[in-house]
Design a protein around this ligand. Structure first.
Ligand code: IVH
Length: 706
């Protein structure tokens, strides 16, 4: 315990003033957080259990006596521990991607229609799909070699997860050995979850022991699986349903249904409510049947997943961005509750966007306490005429941030005035403007602070993004710490992160003696920063937080350029009309808006300076060229004429899968033209330029598909 808390500790909570209670609550909270970290992540308890329990009880008693101390940050609201650096990382041989969502029967029809269109099938051709519950747990990939479980990994960011093999071995439903007949290599993918009964019992035990309780079964399952001590996992009853696969040496069947049946025969559990549907009507009917039985399942589900049954069709359909074209999640409707809007706050994001956030009277929506909701933008507030003091309906669906659906006008307090959206940045006072789209002449829905390089809010948000999980992923340098270091002037730009230790050593910062920083936490922080001095180019690009460059575009750019220097140079020179700009414009998936944003970023002198400083500190790993074994990798291909075996979309997706770029017109830069019957001017142009022309059948042979 720190001195402060020890001093007031002797007094019963009822005798404390609010100020005393607040001080003790803060310092006790820091103590408990430290104990938790040591216990959960470092596997090294700092205090005896009885002391921990006493601290926890006191903390709760303080919150009970002084409800104003309860906030979102409150430890009583926190669950589980953050994943630790101590789990080894596992690269997924086949990425673990996510699913697109639909919310209505109509959208399910659209999904099937899209599938047909992509495959070039008629509106009535049958498309069989499996329909199965979408389990609300956490996905896991189990690797079996010669029937033996050799590795289990969490999803992580989809490309790299955490090695949880020892923990997964404690699950009864995960066989250590598969029955005979399993392929040499089989990565089974599925969901780890906890039943309602087990969840309730766990929370009861946690409460009795004065430990944290979990907000929902999914958090409980995740917290339980990510234990460094697998004995703890073993005490938490977790279950597993298999629903898919990653790397496989030979698939046991050619349909989704067949593979699931094979999994079952190998000794894996598949969800009993999985069904093979022959039509959209059957799919939707099965969805409603599952929805009706939802409460009786005994575990949380948040929708139904439909997957195209024929695996050959799945392969043709492929993926778009991070989700398969051949599957979709039909989510259950959101849950709603009524509460009061206490205030509207304006957050300033990394790109200067002013986002209104509703501060609500806390209310439980579907088992989760909600005290904030997104208000989207000023037009939304005006459209719904949302005013401070209004009684509003909030809804939340799955992980999505809660939203305000509508206002109940009868309950509006007298004198409530329409909300006036600020015209200047609340953080730096710069003008906040809505950009006018050059083409449409319409104002952007988002109002942005124009002080990008002077606005502290933007600077902090950029730093948070820089250190975040899918960017530099610096453990221990979360939002809170960044805010602290920024406020103290210790980290102002990304490169400052990497000079922090050196400056500290020269006694310029002395982090160790500061509030909240002990010897170990400082050492751990420096180690975590050191561990990130080498970074793959796509993550680096994403970390820079360039507008319109999210993970997907960062990957596209990284894949195209390979190394950072050539990307940087090209982008800097990419003024419209130049050769450099043309090199960016030809990258598939990168449009003019992104090209412009790249140029703006790399040509800005402040950014150049910061990049140079950063590059002195970190090393960027170039992108390994994907699919370089394919003979069309890196080539620019044009499809023309009518194709008989592929739709246009499919041809394009296929070419991209083999690492080729698809262009719409033939130019000197074209490497290959695939021409079908009826090809006209493009074919002529190709012949004129002496570019190789092949047929659709030859395309299949060339790409090794037959
Ligand atoms: S298939 C590439 N099937 O939902 C397709 N996912 O939103 C991958 N999930 O990360 C997913 N039940 O954790 C699939 N029957 C099911 C599922 C399921 C739950 C989860 C899974 C995934 C997330 C995607």
């Amino acid at each position: 315990m720190t001195k402060k808390s020890a001093a007031s500790h002797s007094l019963p909570v009822e005798e404390l003033s609010l100020a005393q209670a607040r001080a003790e609550h803060t310092s006790l909270g820091e103590d408990i957080a430290r104990y938790d970290r040591a216990y959960y992540q470092e596997d090294a308890p700092l205090v005896p259990d009885a002391d921990y329990d006493a601290a926890r009880r006191r903390y709760e008693a303080l919150e009970k006596a002084f409800p104003e101390l309860v906030s979102e940050e409150s430890l009583t609201k926190k669950v589980g521990a953050k994943p630790s650096e101590k789990f080894a990382k596992v690269k997924h041989a086949v990425p673990m991607l996510s699913l697109g969502n639909v919310f209505s029967d109509e959208e399910v029809r659209d999904f099937v229609a899209r599938v047909r269109r992509f495959l070039g099938l008629s509106d009535v051709s049958p498309i069989a799909c499996t329909a199965e519950p979408k389990i609300d747990g956490l996905s896991c990939s189990l690797r079996y070699e010669r029937g033996h479980l050799v590795q289990a990994a969490t999803r992580g960011d989809g490309y790299e997860g955490e090695d949880v093999t020892a923990n997964i071995r404690t699950l009864k439903e995960v066989p250590q050995r598969l029955h005979d007949g399993a392929p040499e290599v089989l990565e089974v993918r599925g969901e780890v979850y906890m039943t309602h009964a087990a969840f309730a019992a766990l929370n009861e035990r946690q409460t009795a022991a004065g430990k944290q309780i979990f907000a929902n079964p999914r958090n409980a399952a995740a917290g339980s699986l990510r234990q460094l001590d697998s004995r703890i996992t073993a005490e938490r009853p977790l279950h597993f349903f298999a629903y898919g696969w990653g790397e496989v040496s030979a698939l046991p069947a050619r349909t989704q249904w067949g593979v699931l049946q094979a999994f079952n025969a190998y000794g894996l559990k598949i969800n009993p409510r999985t069904r093979l549907c022959e039509s959209v009507e059957e799919m939707v009917a099965h969805y409603h049947a599952i929805e009706a039985d939802r409460a009786m399942l005994g575990y949380d589900i948040d929708g139904v997943v439909y997957k195209v049954g024929d695996i050959a069709l799945q392969e043709r359909l492929g993926f778009v961005s991070r989700a398969p074209r051949w599957a979709v999640a039909h989510k259950f409707p959101a849950e709603r509750a009524t509460t009061i809007l206490r205030d509207i706050e304006i957050n300033v994001g990394r790109t200067g966007a002013l986002t209104p956030v509703a501060r609500l009277e806390p209310v439980t929506v579907g088992g989760v306490v909600v005290s904030n909701a997104t208000l989207h933008n000023e037009d939304e507030i005006a459209r719904k005429d949302i005013r401070i003091g209004d009684t509003v309906i909030v809804q939340r669906a799955g992980d999505v941030i809660p939203q305000i659906v509508e206002v109940i006008p009868e309950k509006r307090p007298h004198g409530a005035k329409p909300y006036e959206f600020p015209q200047v940045c609340p953080r730096c006072g710069s003008a906040a403007l809505r950009e006018i789209d050059e083409k449409t002449g319409e104002a952007d829905v988002v109002r942005r602070c124009t002080g990008s390089l002077v606005c502290p809010a933007q600077a902090v948000e950029r730093l948070k993004h820089f250190a975040s999980r899918n960017a530099f992923d610096i453990e221990g340098l979360g939002d809170k710490q960044i805010e602290y270091f920024f406020a103290e002037g210790l980290i102002k730009t990304p490169s400052d992160i990497f000079t922090l230790e050196e400056r500290d050593r020269k006694s310029l910062t002395r982090i160790k003696n500061r509030e909240g920083f002990g010897e170990t936490s400082v050492r751990n922080l420096f180690a975590a920063i050191e561990a990130r001095r080498v970074i793959p180019i796509n993550r680096f690009l994403y970390a820079l937080g360039i507008r319109h460059v999210g993970e997907t575009n960062a990957r596209r750019l990284a894949r195209h350029f390979g190394d950072f220097d050539s990307l940087r140079e090209t982008a800097r020179d990419a003024v419209p009309g130049t050769e450099a700009r043309a090199r960016i414009d030809c990258i598939d998936g990168i449009g003019p808006v992104v090209a412009e944003a790249l140029h703006d970023f790399f040509a800005e002198p402040h950014n150049e300076k910061e990049l140079d400083a950063l590059l002195e500190q970190v090393t960027i790993e170039p992108m390994p060229q994907v699919a370089s074994s394919s003979p069309v990798a890196g080539k620019t291909v044009v499809f023309t004429g009518s194709l008989e075996r592929l739709t246009r979309d499919e041809a394009k997706a296929q070419a991209e899968r083999f690492g080729a770029k698809v262009a719409a017109s033939v130019s000197k830069k074209t490497d290959l033209v695939v021409a079908g019957p009826g090809a006209g001017s493009k074919l002529a142009k190709a012949q004129e330029l002496g570019i190789e022309v092949i047929t659709e059948d030859e395309w299949f042979k060339r790409t090794g598909q037959e």
